[in-house]
Design a protein around this ligand. Structure first.
Ligand code: ADP
Ligand code: ZN
Length: 680
């Protein structure tokens, strides 16, 4: 007697599920159903897969093989969750089996038990504290969101320090009382002990946390605790979305504008957009929070697809920080004419210097933000102008310490010799600016002051981060110098001055989102200042060569709406997102010629498809052109952009372009990044 046929999404890079037959002894098994995990033969090995549907017919050119066993140790995937995985696979054009692979933790339960555990609990254990009384604005937002338990996408647009976290906590308390579960996604970089403690202090041991500092075993423990319903709230980075909870009642995406919610390799999903789809399938609310919403989300709020909730004031009427802009061009001219201040390094204006000094004397803390690590951005030979490059990537090497050259993309490093490697004559000189140089200069200018540098050179582990935060909280630090690491989420009571050493670094990027990113970054960094004191407002000083840049002008005025209106009109003219959807094909390989030819062939295919099908007439093609990072880890990279007004239509076009890839030469890889964020 033969059994039933099943389509199985096998954990392998196959475009479609495969058909298998259930042997008769499995018939009637309670787990022989959609969503269950099975083991199946695949070539000479076996692989895991998930049952997608029964009733597939057994006809076909290939011999149908039998399912080997049902893997009962993996919980069957809940129906809405499986539907979501199918959507992810289709929308992001990724094999369903590889999407399913992202769901299960690296270790099964049995393997897990054998792994060694580290001491101490994973989620923070802290004393519970009583809730503060909500501000009027918070109350309106909480009530507004709780009014409807079904699907709804809510944007909480609240200025920095308006108390968005407290809003999330109230929603979560309500959810726990209703016996539901929630996912809280935050950017990895703000997954700090500070943030997770704030949740734990209020929600107690209902909270599970997954962050990059955990061992595989700890991660697996947290995963199971959620899947089995022992924990209610999972806080994690974007991948927490792949925890298949049964009882999902709420999703929260904090700092929804963050580019890191988009994964730009392998499965190129956007966690925010995917979360909205997941919430829809579970018929539950999804809450997106930010002081500087992405224009995609802003567009959705303005056209009514998302509900907009605004919080315009900081809690307890604490003032917004004052923002001063220092024009570095004027500063430079001044130095030529007026009384010179030889004590000041080139990157520090008199105004920012005096503010730092004042803050130090008042016993408060200052933070200096600079989006560059190292001592100098690069070195240059004064004789021939040569700048050492990474041999694997098309970027200059960055100077670290006295003579250590490092590539920030592939980690290539070498020692800087005393003479130029090119002309063998000149003596290479540092060019530009990095966090390490700022630190050194501060120590020289303010002897005895304590400086904490927070960047990827100094803070490599979670322990480093915890230690640095503890030092700052204990008041053992006068100056914080850092990169993006200090832009997000940190909340220090004594921090009343924030200086942006050179704002220009942010908006000089070859990317249509550069202004948006610059505005977000400036506003977020500025938002670290003066969050607790209500008598003296926090101060922000922006040093820049472009004081009239819109990103700076709108930051200064705390005017998100103005910025959004301005930037939206630029996007609309160029039909860039959110006025279109964009997919980025990336063509790469070791042989430049082959890569170029493949990129041209892709374009020719696209043009033929456009000419043949009227449905595609509103799709625009851009490129192909070398990526701004034209060579990375020895791979030459070309980009080919496609944009169109309708996501489903554009998706169909891209899938069709990539179908039967026989024309792609060997040694060349073509991938598609739907709604790409990273265009570098
Ligand atoms: P945001 O995430 O909007 O920047 P936070 O949630 O970090 O703001 O809140 C800013 C500060 O205000 C935090 O120190 C927080 O503990 C405090 N806070 C939040 N809500 C209230 C409230 N209702 N009453 C008093 N303090 C509050
Ligand atoms: Zn490199």
């Amino acid at each position: 007697m033969s059994g039933s046929f099943w389509k199985v999404a096998v954990e392998a890079p196959l475009p479609e599920p495969l058909t298998y037959e259930a042997p008769s002894q499995l018939e009637g098994h309670p787990l022989l159903k959609r969503g269950s995990t099975v083991r199946v033969p695949l070539g000479k090995r076996t692989a895991l897969g998930v049952l997608i549907s029964d009733g597939a017919d057994g006809e076909g050119p290939f011999k149908i093989r039998e399912i080997s066993e049902i893997v009962a140790s993996r919980p069957p995937l809940p129906e809405p969750y499986l539907q979501w995985l199918e959507w992810v696979a289709k929308y992001y054009i990724h094999p369903i089996g590889n999407v399913i692979e992202s769901v299960f933790p690296p270790l099964g339960k049995a393997e897990n038990a054998r792994q060694k555990s580290r001491k101490g609990p994973v989620a923070p254990v802290v004393a519970r504290i009583a809730p503060p009384e909500l501000t009027d604005e918070q109350r309106v937002v909480v009530d507004g969101i709780l009014a409807d338990r079904g699907f709804g996408a809510h944007l909480v647009h609240g200025v920095t320090g308006s108390g968005k976290t407290e809003v999330y906590i109230r929603l979560l308390e309500d959810l726990i009382a209703r016996d539901k579960q929630a996912l809280v996604l935050v950017p990895e970089i703000s997954l700090t002990p500070q943030l997770t403690q704030r949740f734990a202090m209020r929600l107690g041991d209902a909270v599970a946390v997954i962050h990059s500092g955990l061992t595989p075993r700890e991660k697996t423990d947290q995963w199971w605790a959620m899947v089995e319903g022992r924990k209610r709230v999972l806080i994690g980075a974007r991948s927490a979305l792949f925890c298949p909870v049964e009882n999902l009642g709420l999703i929260i995406i904090d700092e929804e504008h963050e580019g890191s919610f988009k994964q730009d390799e392998k499965l190129k999903y956007h966690a925010r957009d995917s979360a909205v789809v997941l919430a829809k399938l579970y018929d539950c609310p999804v809450v997106l929070g930010s002081a500087t919403p992405s224009l995609e989300t802003w567009g959705n709020a303005k056209n009514g697809r998302y509900r907009l909730h605004e919080m315009k004031k900081r809690v307890e009427d604490r003032p917004m920080p004052t923002v001063e802009v220092i024009d570095l061009r004027a500063e430079r001219d001044d130095r030529k004419t007026s009384e010179p201040r030889p004590d000041l390094p080139f990157w520090l204006s008199g105004g920012l210097h005096d503010a730092l000094k004042e803050t130090l004397l008042a016993g408060k803390q200052s933070a200096l933000f600079l989006n560059r690590r190292g001592v100098a951005q690069s070195v240059v030979c004064p004789a021939c102008g040569h700048t050492p490059q990474c041999p694997n990537c098309e970027v200059s090497l960055t100077l670290h310490g006295k003579n250590h050259l490092l590539c920030h993309y592939c980690d290539f490093h070498r020692t800087l010799g005393p003479v130029c490697g090119d002309c063998k004559e000149g003596e290479p000189k540092p060019l530009g600016l990095g966090t390490e140089l700022v630190e050194n200069d501060l120590l020289r200018l303010f002897p005895g002051a304590k400086v904490a540098r927070m960047d990827r050179d100094e803070i490599t582990t979670r322990e480093d981060l915890e230690a640095a935060i503890a030092d700052i909280e204990a008041g053992a630090v006068d100056f914080i110098v850092g990169t993006q690491m200090i832009a997000k989420g940190l909340d220090f009571p004594d921090l009343i001055l924030v200086g942006l050493v050179m704002a220009d670094v942010a908006f000089n990027l070859p990317d249509f989102r550069a202004s948006e990113r610059a505005f977000q970054l400036l506003t977020q960094v500025a938002g670290r200042s003066g969050r607790h004191v209500s008598d003296v407002p926090g101060r922000v000083i922006i040093q820049t060569y472009n004081p009239d840049h819109p990103s700076i002008a709108f930051t200064r005025a705390h005017d998100y709406d103005g910025f959004a209106r301005f930037e939206m009109s630029c996007r609309e003219q160029l039909r860039y997102p959110p006025f279109s959807r964009m997919g980025a094909f990336r063509v790469q390989g070791l042989d430049l010629d082959k890569v170029k030819r493949a990129a041209d062939a892709l374009k020719a295919r696209a043009e033929r498809l456009l000419a043949r099908q009227i449905a595609y007439q509103r799709i625009d093609l851009l490129g192909p052109a070398p990526c701004p990072l034209a060579k990375l880890r020895n791979n030459f990279r070309f980009q080919f952009l496609v944009k169109g007004p309708d996501a489903a239509n554009l998706g169909r076009f891209c899938r069709q372009l990539l179908a039967d890839g026989d024309w792609i030469p060997s040694g060349v890889k073509i991938s598609i990044d739907m709604d790409a964020i990273n265009l570098i």
